[in-house]
Design a protein around this ligand. Structure first.
Ligand SMILES: CC(=O)N[C@H]1[C@@H](OP(=O)(O)OP(=O)(O)OC[C@H]2O[C@@H](n3ccc(=O)[nH]c3=O)[C@H](O)[C@@H]2O)O[C@H](CO)[C@@H](O)[C@@H]1O
Length: 502
């Protein structure tokens, strides 16, 4: 820990002396804690950070819109447009890589889930499924299953390590949650949790904001903080030691996420890609998803908060959206590429500016909850490494199968607990009927066979299939064909055994 004198000098030379203005009022414990916090700060980089934030606030960076062009359709891989053989080939390739322990998963879970409005990490959220499972439990069970599928196909015993990036806000509760739940049966040494960095929020004139008299207003450095965190926490070394060559990176809130998706991994590996992104067709122009596109000829994502509405609304001759490739925050990276980013490019990542309402103490020491934005948070984005890729690929998947994010609280029009729950139930109902089951409602009436899962279905049958039974609808015929089953139906391992025995 630095001495008060050292911190004082550094703050002074960064033009941030006000940070210590309440020092005389702090008690011994508060002083210790504050000094600790300040010692951990990148005091050398503080001046640049604050000045950079103020500059960005004064002159927001020019929009990229006039340099954007869509990714040519022929260079997008697509589940819908590919034949069965190609899909099977990619899946086999993916499962082979998994079976040889060459695949890892990395979860971005350092966000604060402000829009959802819960005080705990989003992965711990229970959307109200019949089983009561949380997002974390669902994700863990999918890891169990994908390991089993790879083992069964290639006769090996494999491990898919799970790296979880947390932040100061989410590390302790996430650790506690997994521990309390016995890591949902995964080997704890194969779950590697690490923390991303935090950076101070700054006023429009470049002053670090004090959240309390002895506390800075800090926020995680965005999900692009991943690349620094990989270095800080020696994650790339861990991957190397385990022989992991490919990483599936994903965001915590998509209830349909295919963990270590073998089709996506197989697709990327067989194309020789070092970097890849999954997309879905955007549902509507203002949907809050980034647009995967080219800017000045280079593949990248233009975030939904940074694209002009007119550009998002552009339509082609057939009425289709020009920028329809919606980023679902599911990325593929080779370890070699991540190593390159860590060594050469991470310092070049763009800083994105967000204007936020940041609670603070005013000059008189009063706690203030602002009603309009008063501060700047600088964030890096995980996809901003795409331009450094040598072979970037895009893979379009079917929304109903793979994307239903939980962003907002119930009451919001979209992406809330109800839509997430319904998407999963609709998918499972579709799997069950496609496998030959007839489902009955609570009055014993036959429920219609669904031709496809539909996220828009507001009352799907209560049919939930545990990922421990089926990862993506496979293996259900032998359990369900020709059966008539009442709902609610929770097809877990126990029920599957009973059905098998009948
Ligand atoms: C920058 C980014 O990726 N944006 C994508 C993100 O937007 P969106 O704005 O929804 O991103 P979120 O704020 O939900 O963050 C995405 C993920 O990153 C994690 N996180 C966030 C901030 C942070 O400092 N640390 C951290 O780990 C979150 O926990 C979450 O798992 O998901 C959408 C799909 O759902 C995409 O269309 C957006 O293009």
């Amino acid at each position: 820990m630095l001495s008060l004198e050292q911190v004082k000098q550094s703050l002074e030379s960064a033009g941030q002396s006000h940070v210590l203005q309440f020092w005389p009022e702090l008690c011994e414990v508060e002083r210790d804690r504050f000094l600790q916090e300040l010692s951990q700060l990148d005091l050398k980089g503080l001046k640049d950070h604050c000045e950079g934030a103020a500059r960005s606030a004064a002159s927001p960076s020019a929009s990229l819109d006039q340099h954007m062009e869509p990714v040519p359709p022929e260079s997008i891989g697509s589940v819908r447009k590919s034949d069965k053989d190609s899909l099977a080939e990619w899946e086999n390739e993916g499962l082979l890589q998994i079976s040889e322990n060459r695949v890892g998963i990395l979860l971005l879970a350092g966000g604060q889930g402000t829009r959802l409005g819960v005080q705990y990490p989003k992965g711990m959220y229970n959307v109200g499924l019949p089983s009561g499972k949380t997002l974390y439990q669902i994700q863990t069970e999918r890891i169990h299953k994908i390991q089993e599928l790879a083992d069964r196909k290639y006769g090996s015993k494999c491990i898919v390590p799970w790296y979880i990036m947390t932040s100061e806000f989410t590390l302790a509760p996430t650790e506690k949650f997994f521990k309390e739940n016995n890591y949902f049966g995964l080997e704890p040494s194969n779950i590697v949790m690490f923390e991303q960095r935090m950076i101070p929020a700054v006023t429009f004139d470049g002053k670090v904001i004090l959240q309390g008299k002895g506390k800075l207003a800090m926020a995680p450095d965005g999900n692009g903080g991943l690349y620094q965190a990989l270095v800080d926490n020696k994650v790339l070394e861990d991957m190397k030691k385990r022989g992991v060559e490919y990483l599936h990176v994903y965001c915590v809130d998509n209830i349909l996420v295919k963990m270590a998706d073998p089709v996506f991994i197989g697709f990327c590996v067989s194309k020789g890609a070092d970097c890849g992104a999954k997309v879905v067709e955007k549902a509507y122009p203002a949907e809050p998803v980034g647009a995967v596109c080219r800017v000045r000829g280079v593949s990248q994502v233009v975030e939904y908060s940074e694209i002009q509405p007119e550009t998002a609304e552009l339509r082609g001759p057939g009425g289709e959206l020009v920028y329809s490739a919606g980023n679902i925050c599911n990325h593929f990276f080779t370890r070699a590429f991540l190593q390159d980013v860590a060594e050469k490019f991470k310092g070049q990542l763009k800083q994105h500016v967000a204007f936020k309402k940041v609670p603070f103490v005013d000059l008189c020491g009063n706690q203030v909850k602002p009603t309009k934005p008063n501060g700047i948070k600088m964030e890096k984005f995980v996809f901003d490494v795409f331009p450094f890729s040598r072979n970037f690929v895009v893979f379009e998947v079917v929304r109903e199968d793979e994307f239903s994010p939980l962003k907002n609280a119930d009451g919001a029009a979209t992406d809330n607990p109800t839509t997430a729950r319904n998407s999963l139930l609709a998918q499972h109902c579709h799997w069950a009927t496609a496998a030959g089951a007839t489902l009955l409602d609570e009055h014993g009436n036959t429920l219609p066979r669904t031709a496809s899962a539909s996220a828009g279905d507001s009352h799907p049958a209560l049919c939930e299939i545990s990922p421990l039974v089926s990862y993506f609808g496979e293996g259900l015929e032998q359990l369900l064909k020709g059966r008539t089953l009442p709902t609610p139906l929770i097809l877990d391992e126990k029920r599957a055994k009973e059905l098998q025995a009948q």
